[in-house]
Design a protein around this ligand. Structure first.
Ligand SMILES: Nc1ncnc2c1ncn2[C@@H]1O[C@H](COP(=O)(O)OP(=O)(O)OP(=O)(O)O)[C@@H](O)[C@H]1O
Length: 797
């Protein structure tokens, strides 16, 4: 390094050295600094101005007064200054600076400089600020090899030239010049910040592969965003005040965090799609674009760019994001809630009446069976067949649709085929319980459809897609939901194709929705009561029928007594049915499947299992007094008689009497248990029975069941049953959960509620959906049998 010499500071001789401009080594570093500080900036600029006003020539004296940042030369014996700052001095001629070879930072803004050739003599120069001058030549000096930052803004430069010799450049400000094209920067491999604002650039080019992180092209004449796709490091981009109409060209800039396109000509909010995948984008400014005039512009923008934290210089709030999502892509639950709300409000606007499906109390909801699954999985056929074969229990609830009938479909049987106008009218008349849009067509389950079935004293069986299920779950109906799901993609695809009804898009949509059902099943514990694979429709139907019979507790009656009296140890009974079911509902512990063996061992829906536990529980339970045993016997007899039809149907009595009585006494099965509800098994069982339907079967005029016996089983099942049904189980397992949520539609009914059998014929009690109280002794009472102390079944003749 060259030492500081007199030439470098010629006026700085002792005695005449102006304060603050030491020539030689100062007496001490602190003293020198003190001296420098004594001269105020004001004094300096006054002096300098007076001088330069004369001719605009920079003198050594002025330099001496304006240098700072003292350092030592290599020998350590002399001092030099690295920094010269001479702003607003009206300087024209700075040739004196040729002597100052050690300068590292030169700031000469707001002067009248045209020639910067002196910089060629400053090999150490790292920072040059020559903004607001009259420079017209681009880098008109030999390249200092360490030149990093250059500010030539507000000059008169018209053309860029090759800057390959300035390879250290990292920060270049060329704003407010007269450039019409970008060029010569290709070799600036360290250039990270480039400002070209307020030039006349009409096309972005020559920036390929630069490591730019900040680029400003504000106030140019750009119409398109181009030539930026290789700027992979770009983080901040300012394209404001141009004529840009589209945001394409930014898609690949994945590090972009801020885009300013204020005052351009962007008129479509859809343009945001081009920057939708820039996940680091936090700040977007679209102010002053025509798009701002679009209704809902902001919420659409927030929706399309959900990772933004600032839009148009305004913070994007979490509330804004949620409402935007709910508006443009509402989650299924939100759609369902709106659907329910709509139908409820329209319904409430109509004259109210008591429906046949209105049960005596909220705890005994009208029984419904809903088959759900992706389109074309065969649920409609299965529903029809089930209703035909179990016609004394079910009837098909015919939905409305705006689609036309396909061949073989009959109006009023498969659907009520209506026009869109009629459908809309029906909505406004409050006719629907739920509606769904599917492939541009509307589907809806009307209140009347359910009523028609309820009038017959039957349970209503319907089929619908997941959206319908979600909406129905908001209503007061509490159906059983059975998911029919294809597990063999190829087969399902073949089925869809062979129907010849669906377009490719429809087929693709149906296929894609299989995963929606599967994930709903995985993620929402107990959402579906049962899941049945439907690859083979015959097999699916048999499984469905079996499940439904289990709901109805009619299976054993038909299939002989062998099953009822089967020993829990008998390997010939038990798991066959469960094996057919798709391992449906995951347990809360996370286990999702059971081997057939374990399914048998743990499945509480297995009759033999129930008997087994009943027996164990009976043996382990506290011994009953004679009075208790008599009471148990009496009540079992009554139940038996009621269900086998020897006396008026227990449910018909319930229906008649509880229609006039408050539900609470009906729900209170036995004062004995309500008195003692704190400690014993019985008391807990009875409280479990205070859940829906439990008491439904008993009115004040009917002797209630002795819950203590049933309580054993319930309690046992409560204790032993996994919280969620295991593969191959139905919700009977969950049925006894004492923690049942009582929210309407919550789908946690212990078991299916009773059908209003009284409305059909007195002789035919109609489908009698088992009550919780019947969970254990079902087999016995249905058969008119009894369970003895060993837990053996005795069938009454
Ligand atoms: N009220 C409703 N709410 C919701 N979805 C419904 C409703 N009614 C019918 N759907 C469903 O709309 C879809 C299209 O109906 P479509 O009659 O074309 O069924 P599909 O192709 O025969 O299907 P599947 O064989 O599964 O019955 C079916 O998945 C059907 O279950």
């Amino acid at each position: 390094m060259k030492e500081a010499t007199k030439e470098e500071f010629p006026s700085a001789s002792p005695g005449c050295r102006p304060p603050g401009c030491p020539r030689d080594a100062p007496r001490g570093g602190d003293d020198a600094e003190m001296e420098i500080k004594q001269i105020t900036l004001h004094e300096r600029s006054q002096e300098a101005k007076q001088h330069s006003k004369k001719n605009g020539v920079l003198t050594a004296d002025m330099v001496c007064r304006h240098v700072s940042s003292q350092g030592r030369v290599g020998t350590g014996l002399q001092y030099l200054y690295h920094h010269l700052c001479l702003p607003s001095q009206d300087l024209r001629d700075i040739s004196v600076l040729c002597n100052y070879v050690h300068l590292q930072k030169l700031q000469l803004p707001h002067n009248k400089i045209k020639d910067l050739s002196c910089v060629s003599h400053m090999p150490q120069l790292a920072i040059l600020d020559a903004s607001h001058n009259e420079i017209s030549s681009f880098f008109g000096f030999q390249p200092p090899k360490n030149l990093k930052e250059v500010n030539f803004s507000h000059n008169h430069i018209t053309k860029m030239k090759d800057l390959s010799a300035f390879s250290s450049l990292s920060n270049l400000d060329l704003g407010h010049n007269r450039f019409s094209a970008i060029g010569g920067l290709e070799q600036c491999c360290k250039l990270t910040n480039l400002n070209l604002e307020h030039n006349k650039i009409s096309r972005i080019s020559g920036l390929d592969s630069l490591p730019l992180t900040h680029l400003c092209l504000r106030g140019n004449q750009l119409e398109r965003i181009e030539g930026l796709d290789k700027l992979k490091s770009l983080q901040v981009l300012d394209l404001s005040l141009n004529r840009i109409i589209a945001l394409s060209g930014l898609q690949s800039l994945h590090l972009l965090g801020s885009i300013n396109v204020e005052k351009n000509l962007i008129s479509e909010i859809q343009e945001c799609k081009h920057i939708h995948d820039l996940f680091l984008l936090r700040d977007l400014n679209l102010l002053g674009n025509p798009v701002q005039e679009q209704p809902d512009y902001r919420s659409a923008g927030v929706f399309l760019l959900q990772h933004l934290t600032t839009l148009d210089k305004e913070k994007v709030t979490a509330e804004e994001k949620v409402s935007a999502v709910n508006k443009y892509d509402p989650p299924l639950d939100v759609v369902a809630a709106r659907d329910h709300m709509t139908h409820l409000v329209y319904h409430l606007m109509q004259p109210q009446e008591l429906y046949d499906s209105t049960m005596p109390s909220a705890d005994t909801p009208y029984p419904m069976l809903v088959l759900t699954g992706p389109q074309g999985c065969g649920k409609r056929n299965l529903a029809h067949r089930l209703c035909e074969e179990l016609s004394e229990y079910f009837a098909y609830g015919t939905c409305h649709t705006t689609r036309g009938p396909c061949s073989g479909e009959e109006d009023g049987i498969d659907y009520h085929f209506v026009s869109e106008d009629n459908f809309q009218n029906m909505i406004h008349m409050g006719k629907f319980i739920q509606t769904t849009q599917n492939g541009g067509r509307s589907y809806g389950l009307s209140r009347d459809a359910v009523e028609e079935v309820a009038k017959e004293g039957l349970a209503c069986c319907v089929h619908m897609e997941l959206e319908g299920v979600l909406s129905l779950k908001n209503s007061h109906f509490e159906p059983r939901y059975i998911l029919l799901i294809p597990t063999q993609v190829e087969k399902y695809l073949d089925n869809l194709k062979s129907r010849g009804l669906d377009t490719t898009t429809q087929i693709e949509l149906a296929m894609s929705r299989v995963e929606l059902y599967a994930s709903t099943h995985r993620q929402r514990l107990g959402f579906f009561d049962n899941v049945i694979p439907c690859d083979d429709w015959e097999e699916a139907y048999q499984t469905l029928k079996q499940i439904v019979k289990e709901y109805l507790l009619v299976e054993e009656k038909e299939e002989g007594e062998s099953q009822h009296s089967a020993s829990p140890d008998d390997p010939s009974t038990g798991p066959q049915l469960e094996e057919k079911h798709l391992s449906p509902t995951p347990s809360r512990s996370g286990s999702r499947s059971l081997t057939p063996h374990s399914a048998k061992a743990l499945d509480p829906s297995d009759l033999s299992y129930r008997h087994y536990f009943n027996k164990i529980q009976f043996e382990l339970g506290p011994q009953k007094s004679a009075a208790e045993l008599a009471s148990i016997g009496r009540r079992e007899r009554l139940v038996r008689e009621a269900i086998v039809g020897k006396s008026p149907g227990i449910y018909s009595q319930l229906f008649k009497s509880s229609a006039q009585t408050a539900p609470s006494p009906v729900l209170n099965p036995d004062p004995h248990f309500s008195e003692d509800n704190s400690s014993s098994n019985e008391s807990r069982a009875s409280s479990a029975l205070n859940v829906p339907g439990s008491a439904g079967g008993f009115s004040a005029s009917v002797q209630p069941l002795d819950m203590s016996v049933l309580g054993h089983t319930l309690e046992t099942l409560k204790g032993e049953t996994p919280e969620a049904p295991q593969p191959g189980t139905d919700l009977l397992a969950v049925a006894v959960s004492p923690s049942s949520d009582r929210r309407p539609g919550s789908n946690v009914k212990p078991i299916l509620p009773p059908i209003p059998s009284g409305r059909k014929t007195p002789a035919s009690p109609g489908p009698q959906w088992p009550q919780p109280s019947a969970v254990h002794p079902d087999a016995a009472v249905r058969e008119g049998g009894d369970v003895d102390r060993e837990g053996k079944l005795h069938v009454a003749q």
